[in-house]
Every structure is written in structure tokens, then in C-alpha cells.
Design a protein around this ligand. Structure first.
Ligand code: FAD
Length: 646
């Protein structure tokens, strides 16, 4: 796996022509900052050429408003600097001071960074290759660490991260994974068109940058990335594949967990663990809708997360139920194969245009990422910023705003107008479709989906029909809607998402006093920081309750923060000779009051539109309603006062 920090840059050996050609693909703001590193000339970023920080005016413009003429000027300067660097005629100045780095951050985000963000952004930027999420445990003697055993449930992105961090710290661990390989989401979701919709340069471990082939790479690339991480960190020998955890039980007398697993051969085995890390994901158990007659269908039927590739879809009549994130990706692909495709839609998604969504990273940009010192650092940082807090303010409810049904604030209304215009630009000539494709709820009420035009173009095809009449039943031959029409099909595909709010299911989890976690939650999962639960000592969750995001960040960011916190907890235990720690009920409750209040202030909290963010009781159990800075700060290190030590 190639690193792209300065230390790991490949030497420049290319001729002037090749360098100039590569620069055509440059992200100019990142390039300008790389030139500052190479020359020490702050004049490069103190003139008129600068990116705009205005979200709306630069939406879809990666150069953030820098004109073509100005871009050419920067490229000319870059040729001079990079050829001098190649020829050894350039002596790089010392690393910039903290003050200068702050000025560089202000430049690339197009506005002065707020004082409370400085530490967070500096850490995320990690200019000198420092590991921002490492929680060193070197104060704990090795024999103490080796005598402590952690069981990690799941070997997806989060479980692998947990294993890497425990391994680095020298703490003994075992990973239990029900699948035959690592990767979780990216191992299981093999439907056509599956890809990440967080920019890949931020959807990667902070400590493991990658030379991604696309800005938003396909599933196979993600799967291979996590597989390579498992190899590189030599995790496989500690993972038990094709083994499922069925039950976790806390033994109060021993102050440890008993872990009951079922092997592929059907044998039940028992392990003991001083601590358990649940890394079972929120989106791992597919959800099939409760529609009458579901089992009567005589054709082929499957869920998108368990795609059955053995069926040739060419020339088939296909029904797709759902227009969520997965259907959004596979419908354009199968629309080209089907003779007829009927898409049953309950709620239309908001579509955010992004011309780069399906495109390869051009050769020149690869070259820059791998050869130009600090270019990759700033490029990742810029991506992080654009997808971090940028949109959050735009989906926050203004209580004074009167149009709450369709937008939640003036900025949200502006976004609604921009996104509506984009939909009209593609399907404005189809008024029948337009009425179905423009969501009636505020942008941010559900996850907005990124598209380079494929989705709307697919809906427009002659062989595609969008049906919004509610489904009444599934019949042996197709789908019948409430208005009595029956749509006969050969194949039925459920794009109906996951049992997201059933956290840690179907494992049985028993804590202190024999309390059953699922009975205790009663369908309404809660945890402190999404990580710890009163009554369940030394049980830690990754991607637990209220750690999902709608418009900002990526789940990897959250898991990295959570794992840093968990390592802090283990350190607290081991340094002080405690066997276990348990979150205080009052701390947990006060925290959840804040979470609920926060979610009520966001578009997804006020909308009446259906979404997987709400549990059966109507409470938002999935989402984090605050900034990334808030999560980063609150999970930096555990406060011992929040816990009882046992
Ligand atoms: C199609 C799709 C696209 C997505 N795109 C994005 C995106 O663009 N950006 C983003 O931030 N997030 C995205 N997500 C969310 C995604 O789930 C997370 O980013 C991330 O992959 C979660 O990793 P995880 O390890 O926490 O969970 P998972 O990847 O779900 O892994 C959980 C693992 O636990 C195992 N497991 C579960 N129960 C047991 C058990 N009882 N015993 C043993 N093993 C068990 C599973 O087999 C699985 O391997 C997407 C999700 C899906 C489904």
C-alpha cells in the first residue's frame, strides 16, 4: 500500500513535458500549499488567487472558484518549482511553524478557522505523519497487557481497526467473524454499482492512506483495501472466520465475559474475555419489508445485500422495492439489462450532483498524490473539510423558519432550490417523473445521495417505470399496489436496507444482575458516546447507537475516535489494576437527553419522512447530531469520573 506523506513520496524523474501534463489534473488549492512547503514562499497563498469558502457558489467545482487563468498561472509556477526540485536545485525550507500551518488551513478552507477547531484540524492534518488517533499504552507493563484478553466481534472496518490498535498496544485479542473473510459491508454488498459515497481519500484509515483508483471507489476496491490492511498488520492469525458470536454473558464473580460462539461445523464453543468490543456494524442484517404475500412470489427474489449473481437479468422483467442508497446505485446498472424495470418508491431521495462520482482519478492526479511532497496531505485535508462540518449548518433547524415541511432554514431552502434545479435540468421534460423525483421533505431529512447523473437518467429510460402508489401485497407473479394494479415481473429485488436500529442483534447479551440487553433497551438502543452502557461493564461498542452521520464525515472517522477512547478506557483499567469499568447511569442518561435534543434540531429529526434513522418508537437511534469536532473532543480520552470501577 503506497503512503503519500512527504516521507514516502516517490522521487520526481519525469521530464518537463510529463510534469506539465500531470499538473493539468491538479487540485489547484492543494498544489499551491505544496508549493509553499517546497519554496517557503508564503506569497503564493497571500495574493488574489485563493479558493472560495462559499459552499453554494462552489458546489460541484473542485477548484473552488479559482479561474482557469489563475489555475494556469499556478501551474506555470509549479513547473518551475517541480523541475528545480527534480534537478536538486531547490533546497526545501524547514517545516512551517504552527502559525503558518494555520494560515495555510485558512487558505484552503477559504475562511479563518475558528479557534476551537485549530487543535482538531492540526491533528487531522498530521503534517509530520503523526498518528492522530493513537492512544499510547506504554505506561502499562507488558505482562499486564498480555494477561488481558479482548474479544472483538466482527472483522469489518471497525473490528480490523480495533485489532490493529490492540496489536499496536501489545494487548491480547481474538476476533470472531461470521463471514469467510474480512471487510463486513464491503465483503457482503456485491450488488452491481456498489461503491462508497464518502470521498475515498477520507474513507480510509487516517494512518493508512491509499492510492485510490476513483474518487468514490467501487466495492471490490474497498474490500481489497481492508483485506490488505488485515495482511499488512498480520491480523488474520487472530481472526476466527465463519464463526458467529451467539451470546455474551458477564460473569460478576469473575468480572469477565463469557463468549459463546457457533463454528461453521455447528459446534458451540466458549471463550472468556476481560473485555468485549462489539464491531458488528449498524448495516449488517438485511431488512425485508413486512408486505403480505412476500413468500408467495414464484419468481426469483433476493435482497440487495445478498445479491444472487447466478441469475442473468438480461431481458427480464424486474421489480425493485425501495429507492434508498443501495437501489440508487444498482438501478442504473440493471436498467440497462432489464426488458422492463418497475421501481417502487416510498420516498424520493435528494440527489447531490457530483461529476466525479463515477470517474477515475486521472493519471496526473495520481502522479501528484504520489510525487509532490505534501500534496496528498492537503488534498485529503481539503476533502475532509468539505465533507466535515460544511453541510451540517445547512441541515440545522431554524425555529423561526416557517416552511418546516419542505425546508428547515433559509440556507436549507437555498439548498432545496439548487438541488431541485439539478433534478429539473435532467428530467424537466418529463413532468410525470418530476412530480415523483422531487422529494417533499427538507434536504438532509434523509441521507442525500451523490450522483453524476446516472440515477435520474435511468428513471427516464423507456423501460423504467417509477411507481409511487403504496404496495398492497406481493403476489405469485409480481407486486400489487393499493390502487389495484398488478405489476407482473420475473425478478423481485429488495433494496429495503437493514435492521439498523436493532443494535447488536441477534446476539444475546447479558450484563450485571442477569439483565438482558435487548429487553433493557426494549427496541430503543442507547449508549454513552455510542460506546458504553450502564450495567454492561467492559462492553464497548464501535459504530454503536447515535454514531451514524447524515451529511458530515465518514464512519471511519467515528470508529477511529471511538477506538482511541476505548484504548483510553483499557489503559485506565490496566494502569490502575481495575478488573472492569461501568458507565454511570446518570452520565449516560444526561448524555442521551442532549443527543435527543440535538437530533430534534436537525432536518432528519423534524421531518415526517420515513427513514432508517428512526426506531419503531420514532426516536432517532442512529445519528450523531453535532459536529465532528464535538465527537472528536468528547472521545479524546475517557473521564474516570464518568465510570464506576469494579
Ligand atoms: C452499501 C453500503 C454503502 C456504505 N457507504 C458508506 C459510505 O460511503 N461512507 C460511510 O461512512 N459509510 C458507509 N456505509 C456504512 C458502513 O457500514 C460503514 O462505513 C462501515 O463499513 C462499518 O464498518 P463496521 O466494521 O462497523 O461494520 P460492518 O462493515 O457491517 O462489519 C460488521 C462485521 O461484523 C460481523 N458480525 C456481525 N455480527 C456478528 C456476530 N454475531 N458474530 C460474528 N461476526 C459478526 C459481520 O459479518 C461483519 O463482517 C455503507 C454501508 C453500506 C451497507
Amino acid at each position: 500500500m503506497r503512503q503519500t506523506t512527504f516521507d514516502h513520496c516517490e522521487p520526481v524523474t519525469d521530464d518537463d513535458h510529463a510534469i506539465r501534463a500531470a499538473l493539468q489534473d491538479a487540485h489547484v488549492p492543494s498544489l499551491m500549499l505544496a508549493l509553499v512547503h517546497l519554496t517557503g514562499d508564503l506569497g503564493i497563498i497571500r495574493g488574489d488567487i485563493r479558493p472560495s469558502g462559499d459552499f453554494f457558489s462552489t458546489m460541484g467545482d473542485p477548484q473552488c472558484g479559482i479561474t482557469a487563468e489563475h489555475q494556469a498561472h499556478v501551474r506555470d509556477r509549479a513547473v518551475e518549482v517541480l523541475t528545480a526540485y527534480r534537478d536538486g536545485r531547490l533546497r526545501m525550507p524547514p517545516s512551517p511553524s504552527q502559525e503558518t500551518v494555520q494560515e495555510m488551513i485558512n487558505f484552503i478552507i477559504g475562511q479563518p478557522v475558528a479557534p476551537d477547531y485549530v487543535q482538531f484540524l492540526m491533528a487531522e492534518l498530521a503534517l509530520n505523519g503523526e498518528d492522530a488517533y493513537l492512544q499510547p499504552a506504554d505506561t502499562v507493563p507488558d505482562e499486564v497487557k498480555r494477561a488481558f484478553h479482548v474479544v472483538i466481534v466482527g472483522a469489518g472496518m471497525s473490528g480490523l481497526l480495533a485489532a490493529i490498535r490492540l496489536q499496536e498496544a501489545g494487548i491480547l485479542y481474538t476476533v470472531i467473524e461470521k463471514n469467510a473473510d474480512v471487510g463486513g459491508t464491503w465483503f457482503e454488498n456485491v450488488y452491481p454499482g456498489c461503491r462508497v459515497d464518502s470521498p475515498n481519500h477520507t474513507y480510509s484509515y487516517s494512518f493508512e492512506p491509499n492510492d485510490w483508483p476513483q474518487h468514490f471507489s467501487p466495492q471490490r476496491v474497498l474490500r481489497d483495501y481492508f483485506s490488505r490492511c488485515a495482511d499488512k498488520y498480520q491480523l488474520r492469525e487472530r481472526i476466527r472466520f465463519e464463526t458467529a458470536v451467539e451470546e455474551l454473558a458477564y460473569d460478576e464473580s469473575q468480572r469477565h465475559w463469557t463468549v459463546h460462539v457457533r463454528t461453521k461445523a455447528g459446534h458451540r464453543e466458549t471463550l472468556t474475555a476481560n473485555a468485549v468490543i462489539s464491531a458488528v456494524g449498524q448495516l449488517n442484517r438485511p431488512r425485508l419489508p413486512d408486505i403480505p404475500g412476500r413468500d408467495t412470489f414464484k419468481g426469483t427474489a433476493f435482497h440487495s445485500a445478498h445479491w444472487e449473481h447466478q441469475h442473468d437479468l438480461r431481458g427480464k422483467r424486474i421489480a425493485v422495492i425501495g429507492t434508498g442508497a443501495s437501489a440508487f446505485q444498482f438501478v442504473p446498472v440493471i436498467a440497462e439489462q432489464a426488458s422492463k424495470l418497475v421501481v417502487f418508491q416510498r420516498t424520493a431521495p435528494w440527489v447531490v450532483p457530483n461529476a466525479e462520482y463515477h470517474s477515475n482519478i486521472p493519471a496526473g492526479k495520481h502522479w501528484l498524490l504520489n510525487h509532490v511532497p505534501y500534496y496528498a496531505k492537503w488534498f485529503r485535508f481539503w476533502m475532509f473539510w468539505r465533507t466535515a462540518e460544511g453541510l451540517l449548518a445547512i441541515v440545522k433547524v431554524d425555529p423561526e423558519w416557517s416552511e418546516q415541511e419542505r425546508s428547515v432554514s433559509a440556507a436549507n431552502e437555498m439548498l432545496r432550490i439548487v438541488l431541485t434545479e439539478n433534478i429539473k435540468a435532467t428530467i424537466g421534460d418529463r413532468p410525470d417523473l418530476l412530480a415523483k423525483a422531487i422529494p417533499p421533505y427538507p434536504p438532509g431529512g434523509k441521507r442525500m445521495l451523490i450522483d453524476s447523473g446516472n440515477w435520474l437518467q435511468a428513471l427516464k429510460r423507456d423501460n423504467v417505470q417509477v411507481v409511487t402508489d403504496p404496495i398492497a401485497e406481493i403476489t405469485p407473479h409480481g407486486v400489487k399496489t393499493k390502487n389495484g394494479l398488478e405489476y407482473e415481473v420475473d425478478v423481485l429485488i429488495y433494496g429495503t436496507g437493514f435492521q439498523a436500529s436493532r443494535f447488536l442483534s441477534p446476539m444475546k447479551v447479558t450484563g450485571r444482575n442477569g439483565v438482558d440487553l435487548h429487553a433493557h433497551w426494549n427496541g430503543d438502543a442507547r449508549a454513552y458516546l455510542g460506546i458504553t452502557i450502564p450495567g454492561f461493564p467492559n462492553l464497548f461498542c464501535l459504530y454503536g447507537p447515535n454514531t451514524n452521520i447524515v451529511v458530515n464525515g465518514s464512519i471511519i472517522f467515528f470508529s477511529e475516535c471511538e477506538m482511541r477512547y476505548i484504548m483510553g478506557c483499557l489503559k485506565l483499567l490496566l494502569e490502575n489494576g481495575h478488573a472492569a469499568m461501568e458507565c454511570r447511569q446518570d452520565v449516560h442518561d444526561a448524555y442521551n437527553v442532549k443527543i435527543d435534543a440535538g437530533n430534534r434540531q436537525m432536518a432528519w429529526g423534524v421531518t415526517t419522512a420515513n427513514s432508517w434513522y428512526k426506531n419503531e418508537k420514532g426516536r432517532i437511534t442512529q445519528n450523531w447530531p453535532f459536529t465532528l469536532l464535538d465527537f472528536w473532543t468528547q472521545t479524546k480520552t475517557p473521564n474516570p469520573a464518568d465510570y464506576r470501577f469494579l
